[in-house]
Design a protein around this ligand. Structure first.
Ligand code: BG6
Length: 484
């Protein structure tokens, strides 16, 4: 492992993302010994006029489960620099602070590492990246690196994303840019490759001969909660489906990579994205929950979807004819994210079930991580009857002594280690926008209308109907009793 000075610079340090995700993730890494007191410094940068202690006070409340001693050790590593996002002065000051720390370290043999985390709205990415490039790069006389973490949204459609990519591409090498999609840091998302390619059981089944349909579902039981202004410009497809669910889709649908090298994995993701057929309007349902427009920052005539169900079809040998239903919604009846792989009926049924129980493999990403396979079994007892049951691997039971790390924790550590496997490559981003841009333009242009749904429900009924049309069979609780 590398040694030397590590400077982590959180830009947008007083914002929501930094407080809720970035600083807590850094703190957890510190607690677990990945960020050593002697080797790391954390710089918060934002426009607000704050002192070091001012920033520390702001983030303290978000750092849970810590002893006071631990907490103050961590907070001692945090410094604050204030400045604007588009003028040289602030970034000169920032660079001075970083350099002072580096020279104070008597770091002759070690390397100098600078990690910039942009917890900022994307509108300022280009200017901030220019400033970093002009004022804050690791000097060429130093060994080590400069890396930049950026968060979605990466643009609003294909053209704007390409423009942003080109701008950033002029300033940094692809190896320096870490495009975060925090779903790639979730335990059960990271498990997908192992599950698919290390288990003989699944290898021959994972294709159109055996799988009837796949659902990738995200549900939240709260609305846009004060983020209406941001959300209304993006909508659920850009907020969740085009990135988080599409990344999950890639890992479910892609071919086996040559190896686990980041480039090999990302090559396969790009390939499967390029095999996705154009989305058909009749295979899309969009919805908006009643009350969404009560937010004063949302225009009264907004058509922005807070719910969407979109069918993707993969034009290749493995998946021809298998619908992948990507579904996401806010203000629904529960909070959960899961993948449901539904298998076809067993042919030559001798049980003469009116409705055959289907095998369904469910991977629950959250809450309470689990994998379970729905099976048809003999109902225990004297009667000859079948019912649906589960082979169940619930992490809370099986791995109850393991603390599952937060996505951001893992991804920041990956960045420090220089592992881009769980980050989105430029051509992958492009392929993702190619899939969704025509649909998004049609929605923005009013060619598709959001249907209303009641908050706290399953979402629009039209989506259940779409599921049915896609051949999804609801078999929950099914019991069959043999005729005597
Ligand atoms: C973010 C979206 O990327 O992911 C939010 O912008 C959403 O709208 C969040 O709430 C969901 O993340 P998680 O990890 O809670 O599923």
């Amino acid at each position: 492992s590398e040694s030397g000075c590590l400077s982590i610079i959180v830009l947008g340090a007083s914002g929501d993302l930094a407080k809720k995700k970035t600083f807590p993730a850094l703190f957890h890494l510190f607690q677990q010994g990945f960020l050593q007191s002697g080797e790391v410094h954390i710089f918060g940068y934002a426009r607000s006029n704050l002192s070091d202690d001012g920033l520390r006070e702001r983030i303290r409340g978000y750092l849970k489960g810590a002893s006071d001693e631990h907490l103050s050790q961590f907070l001692q590593l945090v410094k604050y620099v204030s400045g604007s996002y588009d003028s040289g002065e602030g970034f000169e000051l920032l660079n001075k602070a970083i350099s002072e720390y580096e020279t104070s370290k008597n770091n002759e043999s070690g390397s100098y590492r600078r990690l910039f985390y942009l917890a900022l709205p994307p509108s300022v990415y280009p200017s901030v990246c220019k400033m970093i490039r002009s004022y804050c790069m690791n000097p060429s006389s130093h060994t080590g690196w400069t890396r930049v973490i950026v968060e979605k949204p990466f643009g609003k459609d294909l053209d704007s994303a390409e423009e942003l990519s080109a701008e950033l591409g002029q300033l940094f090498e692809e190896e320096q840019l870490y495009r975060i999609d925090h779903y790639l840091g979730k335990e059960l998302v990271q498990n997908l490759l192992v599950l698919r390619f290390a288990n003989r059981l699944f290898l021959p089944l994972w294709n159109r001969d055996n799988i009837a349909n796949v659902q990738i579902v995200f549900k939240e039981d709260f609305g846009t909660d004060g983020r209406g202004g941001y959300f209304d410009q993006y909508g659920i497809i850009r907020d969740i489906i085009q990135n988080h669910l599409l990344q999950v889709f890639c890992l479910v649908a892609m071919e086996k990579p040559v190896s686990l090298k980041p480039e090999h994995i990302r090559d396969e993701k790009v390939k499967v994205l390029q095999s996705v057929e154009p989305i058909k309007h009749e295979e899309v349902v969009i919805g908006q929950y009643d009350g969404y427009k009560d937010d004063p920052t949302v225009p009264d005539d907004s058509n922005t979807p807070t719910y969407a169900s979109v069918v993707l079809r993969v034009h290749n040998e493995r998946w021809e004819g298998v619908p992948f239903i990507l579904k996401a919604g806010k203000a629904l009846n529960s909070r959960k994210a899961e993948i449901r792989v539904q298998f076809k009926d067993a042919p030559g049924d001798i049980f003469r079930c009116k409705k055959q129980g289907r095998n369904e493999f469910v991977i629950r990403l959250q809450p309470s991580e689990a994998m379970y396979m729905k099976l048809t079994v003999k109902k225990p007892g004297l009667e000859m009857a079948t019912e649906q049951s589960e082979l169940d691997l619930s992490y809370g039971l099986r791995y109850n002594d393991v603390k599952i790390p937060e996505a951001y924790e893992r991804l920041i550590l990956d960045t420090i280690r220089g592992d881009q496997q769980h980050f989105v490559r430029r051509d992958e981003l492009r392929a993702a926008w190619e899939i969704f841009t025509p649909l998004l333009h049609d929605i923005d242009g009013g060619k598709l209308k959001s249907v209303p749904y009641k908050p706290g429900t399953r979402g629009p009924q039209e989506a259940d109907e779409l599921n049915k049309r896609m051949g999804y069979v609801q078999t929950h609780g099914y019991i069959w009793v043999a005729p005597t």
